[in-house]
Design a protein around this ligand. Structure first.
Ligand code: SF4
Length: 335
């Protein structure tokens, strides 16, 4: 057991040099409701081979996502552009931190080609944080969105972006490329930012999402939270209210899973019934769509969720229209 922990720590030292001096927090045994099957289907292997062939990085692998078996078996992968090395060192994240490589200028076309070959109806594109680039990688995001839309005009594009902190005009560049869904995760409650997301600012992230709506009110916005990091229910409630003030349409809530003994300690496993309660509460606050379950991740079931999101908006618009017509009829009859 001691040997295994030592081996694990050594592996993490290579991947996360910035976390070497952090205290060691043992990994808690997962409850039954978190267990997933080992990936093994034919489509899973085909998806993996394609990612290798086009030299694409996925957050599914980099973040050691527990849903990889299910998602890749349905050809659903989240592409990670701008390399696999992040300039931030969030305490929950399994992506490598360090000095990133040069931007691969062929990447937008390669992503577009892979999306086309996989025949995806909906694709999620994310990236590492690139504080080293003048625009934080915004123009690369825009080029990738445009390349996908050029080659697969019927494919809807969802992006999960960094916060573009101190990168003037970066957000405008990305929004102008017209992604169908703009996602940026708040990840946790403001009190935990200094330990969980030390390089980020809660209100900046919130404002970023609000600004997307200012720039394009029709663009869907989405954000996600992890639970099990030590937050309280009241704090989660407050974040939901903040998100609605920023007019966020779609909320995802999933269980935090501690990637290694050097990552932020897991406080607790939130039970499935608590996720149901959170979902109910969130709908009560007016989100168009909510996905809350232990295995929810921002890109989990993203294609189906996009259709549900569009349907939910259409239903709301129809209701408003009917209401306005009824009000108009009353006014006309009074006149
Ligand atoms: S949930 Fe998202 S990150 Fe995880 S495997 Fe599925 S697509 Fe990849």
């Amino acid at each position: 057991m001691v040997q295994e922990i030592t081996k694990l720590i050594k592996r993490q030292e290579v991947r996360h040099p910035e976390k070497v001096n952090k205290t060691t927090s043992p990994i808690k045994r997962k409850p039954d409701w978190i267990r997933v099957k080992a990936p093994n289907s034919k489509t899973y292997h085909e998806t993996r081979d394609l990612m290798r062939e086009w030299k694409l990085t996925t957050v599914c692998e980099e973040a050691a996502c527990p849903n990889i078996g299910e998602c890749w078996s349905k050809k659903h992968a989240t592409m990670m552009i701008l390399g696999g090395i992040c300039t931030r060192a969030c305490a929950f994240c399994n992506v490598t931190t360090g000095r990133p490589n040069a931007v691969d200028l062929l990447e937008p076309e390669n992503v577009a080609e892979a999306v086309f070959r996989l025949g995806l109806e909906h694709v999620v594109i994310t990236s590492v944080d690139r504080d080293d680039l003048a625009d934080g990688g915004a123009s690369h995001f825009a080029a990738t969105i445009k390349a996908v839309k050029r080659l697969s005009p019927r494919t809807t594009v969802e992006i999960l972006t960094p916060d573009f902190l101190r990168k003037e005009d970066a957000l405008e560049t990305v929004v102008e490329a017209e992604p169908d869904v703009f996602n940026h995760n708040l990840e946790t409650v403001p009190r935990l930012y200094p330990t969980v997301r030390p390089g980020s600012r809660y209100f900046h992230s919130l404002k970023l999402l609000d600004k997307v709506k200012q720039l394009d009110p029709a663009m869907f916005t989405k954000s996600g939270l992890m639970v099990g990091l030590g937050e309280t229910l009241e704090e989660v409630n407050q974040v939901m209210d903040d998100m609605r003030s920023a007019r966020i349409d779609f909320l995802t809530i999933g269980q935090y899973l501690q990637p290694s003994v050097k990552h932020h300690p897991l406080d607790r496993f939130v039970e499935p019934r608590e996720f149901k309660e959170l979902e109910k509460r969130a709908y009560g606050k007016g989100f168009l769509l909510v996905s809350a379950s232990p295995l929810t991740r921002s890109s989990y079931h993203a294609g189906d969720d996009f259709k549900a999101l569009r349907d939910a908006r259409n239903r709301t618009l129809n209701k408003i229209e009917k209401h306005q017509l009824a009000a108009h009829d009353v006014t006309s009859s009074v006149a």
